[in-house]
Design a protein. Structure first.
Length: 850
């Protein structure tokens, strides 16, 4: 079912629904190709609404019967739903529809995965289950009966009854339909319990397919930690008798916060030391926390409309980052988040897909679950907290929960609690929600008679639909270091509000070295003062761990740019600096591992483009290779010692201490492989007793053009484990030489295990291909064509996953005319595919700039 003309929805057009819903009763008679859904819904006129039209969303439903107050009616079926004559008084709507979960490949609504029924309703999937006002400001309690011949039958809320072939659930907390969930299948649980701060016991279950039981323990511990943390940190207590989590193999995204019944992509919850890397463990802990935290930020307080998505997502990402910082290392988490922001959000915000944290229009809301809404949305909250201070932040949050519990809210409601608590006017700050694009901050300095002046200028380039930009409120955390490396001014937050603004610091004995934007206090691009000697100085002395790392990263970037554009040699100061950091065993190994990292190749292409230079992906690739060789040489004599010092004794644990050591060992092994031809990597692979060591060794070997035997052995060992086989697919493409990447990816699409309808497997291949910068942009254009072929093939089955993958092309205007022509032709080919989904059509047209 396709729409004829794409419709654009606008924030300014918001109007409440004509009716309120007092209760929803649903009965499911499950059958793979003919599930019956019977609904009984109590409506009453909404006194706040002017428009009393009775329209219910519905897509792909076969209407069996409908009745109002017991009398059968024949509603008018329209494009996306139905309309009927409804009384201007309370009434009961009853309706029966038939749906076909067995043929639902889009993975929205009710669908099947490995014989198990499950649902995904956010954002607009409930309308594929039954007719309903499928919008987040319509909230109701739900009672559900499931009839089905399966051992486990789950829905939201608390269990209220169960017998042979049926189960009943009741969720007492009013919720929008997007939080509805149902799961039915042959599942087994790892169970535990949690006693809340006020002494209420909660049954916890993590449901998985038989055979996956050994991968549940870590997720369960993470859940309990998250529950405790939310009580301790935000005063948020859980509010049902049970909390269920289900792992599903076929899933479009990471996980979903359905009330009392979180559903997870298997890859985001199942973990064991043998099959998961340290990074997998950390991510799983964060996602479990994220979905759990949504219980308050998202579920108890939800969004009025989908334009307010960042209200729940930005805040919940911010909360899960705080959680990870508390559970692990705060500086390491901050640096990792900034790396991720620069890799995913900055390109989005500087290209054709740029949109505000709170968009003002969309065609397909699924296309706005973006790095901007999530990660920039979280940064905006971090800035707010920095501006008002920790205690005002805590007070504002208390007020938010007290004032808005049970409501569907807006960004205005959110900012108002901060205004009420602090007395500040946040009118200008609000531009962070409405203005798209990444502000660029430049700085000048002056020193005279003991007074040091920093003058900042902010500029935001035009973005689609926003030619003019206004100055934003930028919290700039600054510290000053004296000539001998002592901190002469501890961190201060400067509040910049003008286009150009100066800040002075008095009583200084000498010209200081400034440490600007400490802890990455705002999501901006900072053009540092030019002196690279200052970078080297900060790399050696900065007390702010983020900026110390940033100094090294800046040197590396400058050095790479000089290598690419001027044929320069690797910078000796940079290599000296990291050598000093690496041998400082007082520093956290995880932090030292981050210090060895280099800016991503796609990011370097972005820097060049912004500097007016057309990036050559192959030249970038070879500069990075040469700098890594130079790192290996500079650390030469230290490598063995560092590698040994980073070995972990005793049984495996995925905690911060052990993972940090393994991260360092992995980075060092990468450098060693450049010198020993893979000897140490082969030894590590052979001896590995956990996935982190096994995979990092295999990656080193493949990168060195070796490891064919190990790759085959790896496949043999893990062929029965789908999550590890995803890694097997991914790694070969990630580590492929640029000239081979497309060919390897193509061969893998012909592999018997390339189950492309499963989003995880599709992403393993094409996410890796798009991420291999020089491989993706190889001059033949083979990778572009391969990706386009498969996007065209997947689109009719799964629009959501197809549309997300289109963003691989979002940076296409950076490159030379030949590449632009090649990509342009593929975009054109996709755009002209008959019956293209609304999701993909919108993405391609935005990317083309049409
Ligand atoms: N709300 C989910 C989260 O961030 C994400 C989500 C939105 C999602 N739409 C989805 C997950 C569709 C899976 C499928 O936690
Ligand atoms: Zn979320």
């Amino acid at each position: 079912m396709r729409d004829a003309a794409p419709q654009t929805i606008y924030l300014k057009d918001y109007a409440p629904f004509g009716y309120l819903v007092d209760s929803v009763h649903l009965t499911f008679d499950l059958a793979p190709h003919a599930t019956r859904v019977t609904s009984r819904i109590a409506f009453r006129p909404n006194p706040q609404a002017r428009d009393r039209r009775f329209f219910l969303h519905g897509e792909g439903l076969t209407l069996i019967r409908a009745a109002i107050d017991g009398a059968g009616i024949t509603p008018e079926i329209t494009d996306g739903g139905l309309t009927a004559e409804a009384p201007d008084a309370p009434f009961v709507w009853e309706c029966e529809v038939e749906i076909d979960p067995g043929h639902n490949t889009a993975l929205e609504g009710l669908y099947m995965s490995n014989g198990m029924y499950c649902t995904q309703c956010e954002a607009e999937g409930f309308r594929k289950i039954t007719y309903y006002p499928d919008r987040p400001d319509v909230m109701s309690t739900f009672s559900v009966r499931i009839n089905g011949d399966l051992p486990v039958l789950l829905s939201n809320g608390n269990p209220t009854g169960r017998g042979e072939g049926w189960a009943e659930w009741h969720d007492p907390w009013p919720k929008p339909a997007y939080l509805f969930a149902l799961v039915a299948g042959n599942l087994v649980a790892q169970s535990d319990s949690f006693t809340t701060v006020s002494g209420k016991p909660v049954d916890l279950n993590l449901w998985v397919r038989p055979g996956d039981e050994h991968k549940c323990a870590f997720g369960m511990e993470a859940l309990k930690k998250a529950m405790k943390w939310d009580e301790d940190t935000y005063g948020r207590e859980y509010d049902l008798d049970v909390f269920n989590i289900v792992a599903v193999d076929d899933f479009n995204m990471g996980a979903m916060e359905n009330k009392g019944l979180n559903i997870f992509n298997s890859s985001c919850v199942l973990a064991s030391p043998d099959t998961s890397t340290d990074m997998n463990f950390e991510r799983i802990e964060a996602i479990i926390a994220h979905e759990y935290f949504h219980n308050w930020t998202g579920n108890r307080i939800t969004c009025r409309d989908w334009f307010q998505l960042c209200l729940k997502e930005g805040l919940t990402v911010f909360r899960d980052s705080q959680f990870t910082a508390d559970m692990r290392s705060a500086p390491v988490k901050r640096i990792s988040d900034v790396i991720d922001l620069r890799a995913r959000q900055f390109p989005e915000d500087t290209g054709p897909l740029s949109h505000p944290v709170r968009p003002e229009s969309f065609q397909e809301i699924n296309n706005f679950y973006t790095a901007t809404v999530y990660e920039k949305g979280a940064e905006v909250i971090g800035m707010l907290k920095r501006l008002v201070g920790d205690s005002a932040y805590a007070e504002a949050l208390d007020l938010y929960f007290a004032r808005h519990d049970g409501q569907a809210c807006t960004i205005e409601d959110w900012l108002k609690v901060f205004e009420d608590v602090t007395g500040r006017d946040l009118g200008q700050f609000k531009r962070w929600y409405s203005q798209s694009g990444t502000p660029r901050l430049s700085v000048e300095e002056a020193f005279e008679d003991g007074t040091y002046t920093l003058t900042f200028t902010q500029r935001t380039a035009p973005t689609p639909g926003q030619p003019e930009k206004s100055p934003q409120v930028i919290p700039i955390a600054v510290g000053l270091l004296g000539p001998n490396g002592d901190e002469v001014l501890p961190t201060q937050v400067l509040e910049m509000t003008e286009t150009t603004q100066s800040f002075t610091f008095e009583g200084l004995a000498a010209h200081p070295v400034p440490s600007i934007l400490r802890d990455f206090s705002a999501p901006v691009i900072l053009d540092q003062l030019p002196e690279s000697a200052d970078r080297a100085f900060l790399l050696a002395h900065d007390t702010d761990p983020f900026n110390r790392w940033e100094a090294g990263r800046d040197l590396a970037r400058q050095c790479l740019i000089d290598m690419i554009t001027k044929g320069a040699d690797p910078d000796a100061d940079y290599l000296d600096g990291i050598r000093r950091v690496l041998r400082d065993d007082q520093l956290d190994p995880a932090y030292r591992a981050l210090m060895l990292g280099l800016p991503g190749q796609s990011q370097l292409a972005g820097f060049l483009h912004e500097a007016g230079i057309t990036p050559d992906p192959m030249a970038i690739w070879s500069a990075v290779e040469r700098l890594k060789d130079a790192q290996a040489e500079a650390l030469g004599d230290l490598l063995g010692e560092l590698y040994n010092s980073a070995q972990v004794a005793g049984p495996y644990a995925p905690d911060a201490a052990q993972s940090g050591k393994r991260a360092l060992a992995g980075a060092i092994l990468g450098l060693m492989t450049r010198r020993d031809g893979g000897e140490q990597a082969a030894a590590q692979f052979a001896a590995a007793d956990n996935m982190t060591l096994q995979l990092s060794a295999l990656a080193c070997l493949l990168r060195a053009g070796k490891g064919a035997a190990q790759l085959a052995r790896f496949y043999d060992q893990w062929k029965a484990d789908r999550l590890v086989i995803d890694k097997w697919f991914m790694l070969q493409i990630t580590e492929a030489a640029p000239k081979d990447a497309a060919q390897i990816a193509r061969a893998l699409t012909e592999h018997a295990d390339f189950t492309w309808k499963t989003p995880n497997r599709f992403r393993a291949v094409f996410g890796a291909l798009a991420g291999n910068h020089a491989g993706f942009h190889a001059p033949s254009g083979a990778a572009y064509a391969l990706l386009a072929d498969w996007l065209i093939r997947l689109d009719p089955l799964n629009p959501q996953t197809t549309a997300r993958m289109c963003s691989a092309f979002q940076t296409w205007k950076r490159y030379d005319a030949e590449r632009q022509a090649l990509i342009g032709a593929q975009l054109e080919r996709i755009a002209s595919t008959p019956d293209l989904s609304r999701d993909t059509a919108e993405m391609i047209s935005r990317i083309r700039g049409a």
